[in-house]
Design a protein around this ligand. Sequence first.
Ligand code: AMP
Length: 396
Amino acid sequence: MNYNKKTVYDVDVKGKKVLLRCDFNVPQNKETGEITSDKRIVAAIPTIKYLLEQGAAVIACSHLGKPKGEWKTKLSLAPVAKRLSELLGQEVIFASDIIGEDAQAKAAALKPGQLLLLENLRFDIREEKNGADFAKALADMAEIFVSDAFGTVHRAHASTAGVAAYLPAYSGLLVDKELSIMGKALDDPKRPFVAVLGGAKVSDKINVINNLLEKADTIIIGGGMAYTFKKAQGFGIGTSLLEADRLDYAKDMIAKAEAKGVKFLLPVDNLCAAEFSADAEPVLVEGDIPEDLMGMDIGPKTAELFAEAVKGAGTIVWNGPMGVFEFDKFAGGTKAMAKALAESGAVTIVGGGDSASAVEKLGFADKITHISTGGGASLEFLEGKELPGVACLLDK
Ligand code: AMP
């Protein structure tokens, strides 16, 4: 897949209408609708500012939540328009529809330096279905398309890929950063290249493991998914997470890694518990896990082994926590991994989702080269899959 895409710096937007796909999918208080974190709005500011300063008239759009084609007032982007306006220090014109009369009239009247925000794209079912008429109506309001919502580039939706059939398509600064850092890490990594994988399930990460086995020098596996591999090696895993239908796959991967000379590291000790609970008493187990215990986190020896393995790495990608980090007693392994990455001196990339929130929660975010803003998207990136929202952008 080609990650070398034209960006907003490669096009003259002066006097042009630009359709800008943003990620304003912000968390909200379920009762009051209040935005509980404006991080995603803040993250969108550099591209918006750049376009406005260059004299573009910007038509921003985004989805929010999962309205599934229904008009749900609670998921209106109106509060986002208000917050965006406060952050930018300028008016944000808000359209009460997406491609309807109000949006069309406001887009037509939009002047250079002005910003319009359309209503929630997913109020129309054609957005997620990539309806050609919907994509064309969005595109007809503008002359240039800029994609800056990395979290949705793995989706072939009207506003992420469909519109590129009608408009020249460029990446915004956020998407460009994701592509240049993660793309480079996968295409031409500074070596040794170490991949750290964790989280609950092997089945969610099969394609990631397959792809990384071709590229990485070392693969480290922790979290719940490690126990299927341990079982495949013949160890007792008690009541730990097991995907019995993936045992053969796990065996194959261990053999393949050995044949390729890829170091494949699994936990050697575990913090276990009798039940899956935040109050469970941690029991440290080396080797076989007794029948009545489940592995909840990697143990201290494993944390040391993994930290040692990332020392001196050139590039490290990490996706998935090392244990049930939501429970304080079982967050130690994930914390140790975050610290090891922070101190490694390598180019460090943390995939979105749980590992990103773990790094943030544990206070190591500012010591990581790049924390991806897209959970699903960054996973598909690591799988080496073609991302429709990236493939549709103009090549450099
Ligand atoms: P994922 O979305 O696949 O990255 O998985 C993240 C989830 O895996 C988190 O909610 C963790 O609590 C969970 N997890 C990590 N280690 C374990 C484990 N040993 N047993 C059960 N769940 C785990």
